[in-house]
Design a protein around this ligand. Structure first.
Ligand SMILES: Cc1cc2nc3c(=O)[nH]c(=O)nc-3n(C[C@H](O)[C@H](O)[C@H](O)COP(=O)(O)OP(=O)(O)OC[C@H]3O[C@@H](n4cnc5c(N)ncnc54)[C@H](O)[C@@H]3O)c2cc1C
Length: 317
């Protein structure tokens, strides 16, 4: 174990100029900007690329007309690696403020820093129905791009009739004989381009006005129970996988009570990525900054690192 990570050895621990929580586009860009300013920085997180890795096809990233999320993340990783940025594969569990900030990881290790940049992005919203937690990873999935291939040749359901749901269904119909597309509202809510696409895909069956009431199985998922919202009649669908695509929420559990958030749980920042707490900055999808996009998150990550740099210098370096 790195000496800096050993909780038994706190007195000998390095105090980093910046602790960056999250290794998605915002966190990785923040790391590059921090080290370019000669700051000692450490990046926390175990899912390199964050949500960007889930995108089958990234749109609107400067320099690439078409690139998959996986490819773009590979390029990010090569860039970050070329700077020798220090990474820790742990997740932040809490932040303690004080003369130096102390970030405790889920395994209990403590990392100290003069500033903190929160770039923890968003996590998929859950359905909140019986069985969901029991079958998470055993049929209940949250990323069609990452996990879809495991369900080749099997019938599946996608929950959520927005853009993400339709994109997932379009991907899955290539390898699954049947894809049920379940939407709780009276109609699918996706862009016309996706609605037109699925009309030409006979193995996608949209079911609107229906809610998932529970998921069930044995060792692995075997099916889901849905309820027709108009008639209240329940029925079961035999599926081996259910892909939950009902939006996302900010990943902020470790920062609750530390920095102010809005009613959606997003961390409130000013135009320089400063939170209300001097020394704590935030960037990307986890913040109140509108437009949740890779290019926006990367730009905000750069701003957060430069703000942290100014803060560290002004507080005596
Ligand atoms: C399916 C899908 C398709 C998309 N397609 C596009 C597209 O085509 N074009 C586009 O521009 N945008 C797209 N987006 C949006 C884009 O991916 C996000 O806006 C962008 O990834 C946000 O970057 P971020 O770094 O702020 O957060 P994230 O990408 O969410 O990264 C946050 C990182 O922090 C980590 N983390 C979370 N909690 C902790 C913790 N406690 N400790 C340590 N680490 C933690 C996470 O594991 C993750 O690695 C898409 C998103 C999805 C879900």
């Amino acid at each position: 174990m790195d000496a800096a990570m050993n909780p038994e050895n706190e007195s000998s621990k390095e105090v980093y100029d910046a602790i960056i929580i999250g290794c998605g586009p915002a966190g990785m860009t923040a790391a590059i900007y921090a080290v370019r300013k000669n700051m000692s920085a450490i990046v926390l997180g175990d899912e390199l690329g964050g949500q960007a890795a889930y995108s089958s096809e990234v749109e609107n990233y400067l320099g690439y007309t078409h690139i998959s999320g996986a490819e773009l993340v590979e390029k990010f990783e090569a860039h970050v690696t070329s700077f020798g940025i220090k990474r820790e594969y742990g997740r932040a569990a809490s932040i303690k403020t004080g003369q130096v900030f102390r970030v405790t990881l889920e395994d209990g290790a403590i990392i100290s820093g003069k500033s903190v940049i929160i770039a923890s992005g968003r996590k998929p919203r859950r359905m909140g129905v019986p069985g969901e937690d029991d079958y998470a990873g055993r049929g209940v999935m949250f990323c069609a791009t990452c996990d879809g291939p495991m369900f080749a040749g099997m019938d599946v359901a996608v929950v959520g009739g927005g853009n993400s749901g339709l994109m997932a269904a379009i991907q899955l119909q290539k390898i699954c004989p049947k894809v049920y597309l379940i939407e709780i509202g009276p109609a699918l809510r996706a862009d016309e381009v996706y609605l037109e696409k699925i009309k030409k895909m006979p193995n996608i069956e949209p079911i609107v006005n229906a809610s998932v009431e529970r998921v069930f199985g044995e060792k692995m998922l075997k099916g889901i129970e849905i309820e027709d919202k108009a008639t209240r009649v329940a029925s079961e669908l035999s599926v081996s996988g259910v892909f939950v695509e009902i939006g996302s929420t900010p990943a902020v559990d470790f920062a609750r009570g530390v920095v102010p958030m809005n009613e959606l749980g997003e961390i409130i920042v000013d135009c320089a990525c400063r939170t209300d707490v001097p020394g704590i900055f935030a960037a990307g999808d986890v913040t109140t900054v509108p437009e949740k996009q890779i290019i926006v998150a990367a730009g905000e990550g750069a701003k957060a690192a430069l703000s942290a740099y100014r803060y560290v210098i002004r507080s005596g370096g």
